[in-house]
Write a protein that binds this ligand. Structure first.
Ligand code: HPA
Length: 274
């Protein structure tokens, strides 16, 4: 495999063959939110398959295109869908898309995901601003030789989730009347959902929600000096919290139901970055 810098150059060239658009804010659209990318003002779409080295997402609910356009006058680039480690990708492959957003010019990247609710007061449909994460996947996208031109060997993660962006998210939530909680996100490898015993452990160690994405991306973004923030849509109660069993259909359906609220929050949030 060619070095990361070469892969990124080739991917950028693939995009530049279609558009010279320079985004300021990057977005990673998780389960159910893909349509937000289609709604960008003056949208230009580049299918992931046409971007060299960018893995194509394999899960239903993840569309697979880079969308370039404006939200409230702010130039944005959306990754419509993402790939995950559980598909068999190395962690550094999973973060190729967010590194590409940085390469395109994004100084800010906002991530969204679907997550299981652990905190007892969370209900399906709750939106949670991630205040911090627990990376419990056993992997890290920065493992391997460090390319110093990208960032330091040992990046600081004390304030991985940008406080100013978090405050703007709360302002936006108040403006559009969408409740927004704060909480800690535990990242698991998946693809099996957790056992009730694992959820008990996660709750004990301080997790409010659990999912299978986002942590690697935030690590890679902080490594690159990009400001990051993330919001989870709680699509289900985590295993053992309610009496019922988990299935991906429920996750997709709740994400769909929350879509309009989530989209109006995102729009108001991005407007604050103008
Ligand atoms: N666990 C892990 N990942 C998830 C869940 C869950 O309960 N819901 C949505 N993504």
């Amino acid at each position: 495999m060619p070095p990361l810098s070469q892969r990124l150059d080739e991917a950028l060239k693939g995009i530049r063959a279609v558009s010279s658009f320079v985004p300021r804010v990057g977005l990673v659209l998780g389960s159910g939110l893909g349509a937000f990318g289609d709604g960008l003002d003056g949208v230009v779409k580049v299918p992931f398959a046409e971007i060299p080295h960018l893995p194509t997402p394999g899960v239903s609910g993840h569309a697979g295109a880079l969308c370039l356009g404006h939200v409230a006058g702010v130039p944005v680039a959306c990754l419509q869908g993402r790939s995950h480690s559980y598909e068999g990708h190395e962690a550094d492959t999973v973060v190729f898309g967010v590194r590409l957003l940085a390469k395109l010019g994004c100084g800010i990247v906002l991530l969204t995901n679907a997550a299981g609710g652990i905190r007892p007061s969370f209900k399906p449909g709750t939106l949670m601003l991630i205040s911090d994460h627990l990376n419990l996947t056993g992997k890290n996208p920065l493992v391997g030789p460090n390319e110093a031109s990208f960032g330091p060997r040992f990046p600081d993660m004390t304030r991985a989730y940008d406080r100013e962006l978090g405050a703007l998210a709360h302002e936006a939530a108040r403006e559009v009347g969408v409740p927004l909680m704060d909480g800690v996100y535990a990242a698991m490898l998946g693809p099996s959902y957790e056992t009730p015993a694992e959820i008990h452990m996660l709750r004990t160690i301080g997790a409010d929600a659990v999912g299978m994405s986002t942590a690697y991306e935030v690590i890679a973004l902080r490594h690159a000096g990009v400001r990051a923030a993330a919001i989870s849509c709680i699509t289900n109660l985590a295993a053992g919290i309610s009496g019922s069993l988990l299935n991906h259909g429920e996750v997709e359906e709740t994400a769909r139901e929350a879509r309009d609220r989530f989209a109006s929050l995102l729009t108001a949030w991005i407007r604050r970055m103008a």
